[in-house]
Design a protein around this ligand. Structure first.
Ligand SMILES: Cc1cc2nc3c(=O)[nH]c(=O)nc-3n(C[C@H](O)[C@H](O)[C@H](O)COP(=O)(O)OP(=O)(O)OC[C@H]3O[C@@H](n4cnc5c(N)ncnc54)[C@H](O)[C@@H]3O)c2cc1C
Length: 374
């Protein structure tokens, strides 16, 4: 079977990698060079158990997505890829209001029996909280969840693409389009080349609607701009610093190279407007310094900008579009795509090949509330 995957963000890279591990599958992964790829800007927090998203179908996928990581890392290591960046550093849910922390602690502990991978749950006083993440405001106490992890989306994406290539996948740089005979998808074109594929997986993030339009499918996915800061805290050993989750959409995490990442704006309605704005940088800096005033002497190294693929609700769009041929769609992962992306890519590969996915995916069908052929 020949499968073409369009879009090599975290979802497409995972789909291609998992397909490349099958002896009977020929894989072609196509990616267009452009600004605003979400995976290259994403923070990389893997911690579904403390999320505010109330939808149980979201939690089901996010929880499995987090659980999927250790196995993925093991497979990549078997394929010679050790630079995955995945590390379980734990997360500090911080607040200066003990009753808020009581509520968080109770909610996480209630999830523990069904999700033992979330690890240990500890209540930490302000001193211990700050010992673990020194720039923090000294008023903040925390609930610590040891199973939380972080990844660098750039490194993990590269590792999966490289491993897919080693396993025989063909990687093409260029803009792909779907070819239609009016009713059904009949192939994929990239530049002058026409690729005949038995199955096509569309993992083009926020650009999925424009790809599906020529085959008469409308899906509701919008780009949501996120601006995120990379701060150099020279001289600090940040390699084990945990993820910091205040009770807002802002957060912090650290990487091995004395780097703290503070995120992020959520600019719904931004369109594909790839710009670093004064308001965006002000918002993220202000929130970061309120939580961690110790970062004020850090060096602002970089502002990354990405377009999160946002669906109408919190759920991804994942499913097969039998109405228009052999097309599987996987997008709409919004702010949770690094957490669930590798698992969703794997599920998309299962859908395309007809392999049992081991999960009921009907809640995520891409055409819930949308239209085919007009
Ligand atoms: C600032 C920020 C912080 C974030 N933090 C987190 C976090 O901490 N945890 C978390 O879980 N998630 C986070 N996310 C969300 C996460 O990054 C995204 O949900 C995820 O990366 C989406 O992956 P994707 O593969 O669907 O899309 P993308 O990464 O955007 O990839 C889509 C790819 O398709 C390609 N493409 C598009 N059109 C075509 C075409 N016609 N032909 C060929 N290729 C095409 C694009 O060039 C791109 O490479 C964050 C996002 C942002 C912006």
């Amino acid at each position: 079977m020949r499968v073409a995957v369009i879009g090599a963000g975290i979802v497409g890279a995972s789909a291609a990698y998992h397909l490349s591990r099958r002896a009977d599958t020929e894989v072609i992964l196509i990616d267009k060079e452009q600004d605003g790829k979400a995976t290259l800007a994403g923070a990389g927090i893997i911690c579904p158990w403390v999320s505010h998203v109330g939808n149980p179908d979201w939690y089901r996928l996010a929880k499995e997505g987090a659980k999927f990581y250790p196995e993925l890392v093991r497979h990549l290591e078997e394929d010679g890829e050790s630079q995955t960046s995945y590390k379980q550093v734990g997360a500090l849910c911080v607040s200066d209001r003990p009753e808020e922390l009581d509520r968080i602690e109770e909610a996480v502990r209630a999830k523990q029996p069904d999700a033992p991978e979330l690890g240990e749950v500890l209540r930490l006083d302000a001193k211990e909280t700050r010992r673990r993440f020194p720039p923090l405001n000294e008023e903040l106490e925390s609930v610590y969840v040891s199973g939380a992890a972080r990844i660098d989306g750039r490194l993990l994406r590269k590792a999966m693409v490289r491993a897919a290539k080693k396993n025989g996948a063909r990687i093409i740089e260029g803009e792909a389009s779907l070819i239609s005979d009016g009713d059904k998808m009949t192939g994929v074109s990239v530049g002058d080349e026409v690729i005949n594929a038995d199955q096509v997986i569309v993992t083009a993030g926020a650009w999925v609607p424009e790809l599906l339009e020529p085959i008469g499918v409308q899906v509701n996915v919008q780009p949501q701009r996120g601006q995120i800061l990379h701060i150099d805290v020279q001289g600090e050993d940040t390699s084990d610093w945990p993820v910091v989750l205040p009770q807002s959409s802002h957060y912090m995490l650290a990487f091995d190279d004395s780097r703290v990442v503070a995120g992020a704006t959520r600019e719904t309605g931004s369109g594909f407007d790839y710009r670093q704005t004064v308001g965006g940088v002000h918002e993220v800096t202000g929130e970061a310094l309120r939580i961690a005033p110790g970062l004020s002497q850090g060096t602002l190294k970089e502002v990354r900008i990405g377009f999160r693929p946002m669906g109408e609700d919190s759920l991804p769009l994942l499913g097969k579009l039998d109405e228009v041929g052999q097309v599987t769609v996987a997008t709409g992962l919004g702010p949770s795509g690094l957490m669930m992306g590798p698992y969703v890519g794997y599920l998309a590969a299962c859908l395309a090949t007809g392999e049992e996915a081991g999960m009921d995916l009907s809640a995520y069908h891409p055409l819930r509330g949308a239209a085919v052929n007009g």
